[in-house]
Design a protein around this ligand. Structure first.
Ligand SMILES: [Mn+2]
Length: 366
């Protein structure tokens, strides 16, 4: 995305907000720090243009990350968090819906009402596919680490004032999706983080959000220690690539939370020599969740896209669901499909390279 595209989008967003009667903001189901940070940032932006802003969080059924729940509960006076039912009551023919940290129709709680919306804007950093919500008003770029990073750019370039708390939530979003600046960052990510700290973000507060509880640490560590195998692959240039596969091999029918698998995949990628980590397990009867994490040599999304099931994500962080109870079969499929995510940046040379005359002369002289 060029600077021009960003400027054009900025103008479009401003006019869409100004034209609207009110603004609804929604992240993905099962909100994480990035999703909630970006939503809150956008609510600040909508209010900057004197519009009523509502953040839709319809997650009564889905287990919510305690840290995210705390942010929502701490901010009920500052921002309007609403359910799907309230959204249906409040929306009118001039309402604007902004989706952020999400672009797939099945990952938002208002899937059934998207067609009724007068205007939808998408602000996201995940790849698009055939399930991407139909709208031409979108800013989707994988050049940003996170939705929170894009929203921070927007707030800055509109010169919007925001509180220290909001700076914290945006920084938490960036920290989550970059594994605390260990991956997926550009100089722009660091610039914006510096800016958020200037605005009062407290790195200590953000760090504390990422403290894990001991029980969950034990659960995830057991899964990793007892269920991980490491396989060697080669890329086109024959440099070795190691991919870890983790699942509950002793009790494959044990159901765990989606976040546990994601955390296990995150953890596996922190070990030396692991280029990609894959964790799979049941989240429900007949429902296998897959989490893929990778460094630069492997494309997580390509692996997931080759699987038979729903998927989404970015090149370094992808996930999906396959509907079966046979987890070992899913693993077998993944072991094969990993090859599709591995390719060197150099093109494969199929014919012997043509040696130029000059070079031949030089060789002959030797
Ligand atoms: Mn995100």
């Amino acid at each position: 995305m060029s600077i021009l595209e960003f400027k054009n989008f900025k103008n479009l967003l401003e006019s869409e907000i100004k034209k609207s009667s009110n603004v609804f903001i929604i992240g993905h189901n099962g909100p994480d720090f990035d999703s909630i940070g970006a939503c809150i940032g956008l609510a600040v932006l909508a209010e900057h243009f004197h519009k009523d802003a509502y953040i839709i969080v319809n997650d009564k059924i889905i287990r919510m990350e305690p840290g995210v729940k705390k942010i929502i509960d701490d901010n009920r006076d500052q921002f309007s968090f609403i359910t799907n039912e309230e959204f249906l009551r409040l929306k009118d023919s001039k309402s604007l819906l902004i989706t952020t940290d999400v672009n797939k129709d099945y990952l938002v709680s208002v899937t059934d009402y998207l067609d009724e919306m007068n205007s939808i804007v998408i602000i996201d950093h995940h790849a698009e596919d055939e399930h991407t919500i139909k709208t031409n008003k979108k800013y989707i770029t994988n050049e940003a680490s996170s939705a929170s990073e894009i929203v921070s750019w927007l707030l800055n370039s509109f010169r919007v004032k925001y509180s220290e708390d909001v700076a914290n939530y945006l920084l938490a979003g960036i920290c989550l999706d970059t594994k605390r600046f260990k991956q997926n960052t550009t100089s722009k990510t660091h610039d914006i983080a510096e800016h958020l700290i200037d605005k009062g973000a407290d790195i200590d507060y953000v760090n504390r959000l990422f403290f894990e509880d001991f029980e969950s640490f034990c659960r995830i560590s057991n899964l990793i220690i007892n269920g991980t195998i490491i396989r060697k692959y080669s890329d086109d240039l024959l440099s070795p690539i190691q991919v870890s596969f983790t699942l509950n091999r002793n009790q494959p029918d044990v159901i765990m939370a989606k976040e546990d698998y994601a955390k296990a995949a995150d953890k596996m990628l922190t070990f030396k020599g692991i280029d990609a980590s894959i964790v799979l397990g049941l989240v429900d009867e007949g429902c296998v969740q897959i989490s893929v994490r990778s460094g630069k040599k492997v494309n997580s999304l390509k692996i997931m896209e080759a699987m038979s099931g729903k998927c989404g994500g970015t090149t370094q962080m992808a996930g999906g669901t396959v509907y079966t109870n046979d987890i070992f079969k899913v693993e077998e499929e993944l072991i094969e499909k990993v090859r599709l995510g591995i390719s060197s940046e150099e093109p494969i040379i199929e014919e012997p390279p043509v040696i130029k005359k000059k070079q031949i002369k030089r060789f002959n002289n030797k």
